[in-house]
Design a binder for this molecule. Structure first.
Ligand SMILES: C[S@@+](CC[C@H](N)C(=O)[O-])C[C@H]1O[C@@H](n2cnc3c(N)ncnc32)[C@H](O)[C@@H]1O
Length: 263
């Protein structure tokens, strides 16, 4: 019999606290979240491994550190309405549901959404609404959201999501870079954006993301345009037109808004 609580406690100490996760609410939520409940039997013994794991539909449950880093960056106090893109297994959805008041989560694969719903129901979660569809469009009739968590890489914060962010809200989105030979190198920065500005998380976060198996690409996937299309986010043409800073960084939200009007 696997000792899940002990492994979970070890994960929190070794994978999270020692690697820069300091938000005690996030650490407590991670310490109480049964990751095994979001995996099928064959994967459960690896539930607290420092990696993403397969969940079907060629998708993965996020690495615990990634989920914690995203939750920490969102700085949730407990009263927020959160939009999540990429429900996947429902693990990160569960964490968000413990840290905020209500969560709307969108997954493009119906079978994953169904499995996630069952897992969340088994844990008596009653503040999560799961939708099936293209999350890059957000849920316009439900805006604004105080926080938006995106779990799939995008070339830049998707404009529709920026538009649905409440004033003072926060969005975390893994942003892929423009010039690289492999997609591993395309994961350039994690951008925390608000309506007022765009900031970049610490470089240690970038390093961890590059190591995350979910972002390690098969050689066949080095075509960036195909990758972005497969994510359902912006087309490569739109990506190329995004205003860039001197060092290639994605511009501020003001530039984004102007960009959006031109699209
Ligand atoms: C790395 S997985 C993360 C899953 C989830 N955070 C978890 O812990 O299980 C990314 C998920 O985002 C979903 N996804 C990718 N692009 C999407 C889009 N445009 N709309 C909705 N879901 C999307 C994928 O199908 C996948 O399930």
């Amino acid at each position: 019999m696997t000792d899940f609580p002990a492994r979970r406690a070890q994960m929190v100490e070794r994978q999270l606290r020692r690697r820069g996760i300091g938000d005690e609410r996030v650490l407590a939520a991670m310490a109480a979240a049964p990751r095994e409940a979001f995996l099928d039997r064959r994967q459960q013994r690896r539930a607290y491994a420092d990696s993403a794991l397969p969940i079907g539909a060629e998708q993965t449950i996020s690495q615990p550190w990634i989920v914690a880093a995203i939750c920490q960056a969102l700085a949730l106090g407990g009263g927020e309405r959160v939009l999540e893109i990429g429900t996947g297994s429902g693990y990160s959805t569960y964490l968000l549901s413990r840290l905020a008041a209500a969560v709307v989560s969108i997954e493009r694969h119906a079978e994953l959404a169904a499995t996630a719903r069952a897992a969340l129901d088994s844990l008596a979660v009653d503040n999560v609404e799961l939708l099936v569809g293209d999350g890059s469009l957000g849920v316009p009739d439900r805006e604004p959201f105080d926080a938006i968590a995106v779990h799939a890489a995008a070339p830049a914060p998707p404009p529709a999501l920026v538009a649905q962010l409440a004033d003072g809200g926060r969005m975390v989105v893994p942003v892929a870079g423009a010039e690289a030979d492999t997609l591993v190198l395309l994961i350039e920065e994690v951008v925390v954006s608000s309506r007022a500005n765009v900031g970049v998380l610490s470089l240690s976060a970038v390093g961890a993301i590059m190591r995350a198996p979910e972002f390690v690409l098969a050689p066949a996937l080095v075509d960036t345009a195909a990758y972005f299309r497969s994510l359902g986010f912006l087309t490569a043409g739109a990506w190329a037109a995004i205003p860039r800073g001197r060092n290639g960084e994605v511009g501020n939200i003001g530039e984004w808004r102007r960009m959006k009007r031109r699209l």
